[in-house]
Ligand binder design. Structure first.
Ligand code: UT7
Length: 332
């Protein structure tokens, strides 16, 4: 009898633009201050993709290239590229489509997943299913957002949290049980009122009026989202542990979406995890939406060990939220 195939993460790549936007820079743009931003969010600076003609795919490409180099494969070996993003290069075709062309991933098909801050987790679950089916051998899952393209830099409550960045993982079949173990994904469209983009879709196509009313920027009711996020991310992470008969002691790392340090702290505490087991880089990159979780894996890769149980958790616009349990497959 053939063994069960699991989808193991076998390489990680990441990309953050060089340009930094610090809290002190923001002090000059809106009525805010470094102390408020740090104490309310944990963020000190974020990265911004500058330059004419630069889009989300221009962050996906270097992240995926790096991952291919690490694994010693050519982009032509990629079967499928999935990009979680709410800032696609264009409404269509998909960013995955454009990135595959730029990468020379000639044998890949691909698509984008729109699930805001949960975009990477939704994409990872989908990518894992493609591997588990036995039909695909190399699936790249990317979380990438150029949030600076949809942030209103006159709205002090929103512009302080977001940044640009991309992270990617390679999924390959594994017969020893490593990789994606379980995933709980949730969505509640009634939460769309609190975090959305008002215009540019089929509901309200772009017009002079929508541009003048600033309706092509991310609109967020921060406090309401915060309340749902604290409960949603903590609940689903606790449920994932319980369902897999694990406690905080069995978990090597929590990899939380980096939206607000206070949301991260609440999730860690609900799971019974000390701060030393939580990946946090929000101070450097802010909230890169779908990029946060793979960017953490990218930064912490050298500290991960084969067999580590890690929990990835996210909450975001939609509302969308979820948690995924991974048994790490390699030690660098
Ligand atoms: O990525 C996934 C989805 N997003 C999230 O998970 C984000 C969740 N929400 C948050 O992280 C927080 O709600 C924010 C960081 C966005 C805002 O923090 P808050 O503690 O919820 O602030 P608030 O909106 O309740 O505002 C509190 C006060 C207000 O002043 P008054 O009315 O009390 O006088 C705001 O006007 O802080 C004021 N304020 C600011 N002051 C200085 C709002 N933004 C700023 C600012 N600088 N940047």
């Amino acid at each position: 009898m053939s063994k069960k195939i699991t989808a193991a993460i076998t390489a990680v790549g990441g990309y953050v633009p060089e340009d930094k936007l610090t809290n002190f820079d923001l002090e000059k743009m809106v009525d805010t201050n470094d102390e408020w931003i740090r104490t309310r969010t944990g963020i000190s600076e974020r990265r911004i993709l500058r330059g004419e003609g630069k889009a989300t795919s221009d962050m996906v490409v270097p992240a995926v290239r790096q991952l291919c180099e690490k694994r010693g494969i050519s982009p032509e070996e990629i079967d499928c590229l999935i990009v979680g993003t709410v800032t696609p290069d264009m409404v269509f075709p998909s960013t995955a489509n454009i990135a595959c062309d730029k990468l020379g991933a000639k044998n890949a098909w691909g698509f984008d997943v729109s699930a805001a801050c949960s975009g990477f987790l939704y994409s990872l679950t989908q990518g894992a299913a493609l591997i588990e089916s036995g039909r695909y051998k190399k699936v790249v899952v990317c979380g990438a957002d150029k949030m600076s393209a949809i942030v209103d830099y006159t709205d002090r409550a929103t512009c302080i949290i977001f940044g640009d960045g991309a992270g990617a993982v390679l999924l390959e079949p594994n017969e020893e049980g490593y990789g994606i173990q379980d995933s709980i994904l949730r969505s509640d469209g009634s939460g769309s009122n609190y975090l959305h983009m008002k215009a540019g879709g089929s509901l309200k196509p772009a017009s002079i009026e929508t541009v003048m009313a600033k309706e092509h920027f991310a609109y967020q009711e921060g406090q309401a989202v915060f309340k749902f996020a604290v409960k949603g991310m903590a609940d689903v992470s606790a449920e994932l542990l319980e369902r897999n008969k694990l406690t905080g002691d069995d978990i090597a790392w929590l990899v939380p979406h980096q939206a607000n340090l206070r949301i991260i702290d609440a999730t860690a505490s609900r799971m019974g995890l000390p701060k030393e087991k939580v990946m946090i880089n929000i101070e450097k990159y802010g909230n890169t939406t779908a990029g946060t979780i793979p960017l953490c894996l990218w930064e912490w890769e050298s500290r991960l060990n084969k067999g580590d149980n890690i929990v990835l958790a996210a909450f975001g616009g939609g509302f969308t939220w979820g948690a995924t349990l991974v048994k790490w497959a390699y030690t660098v």
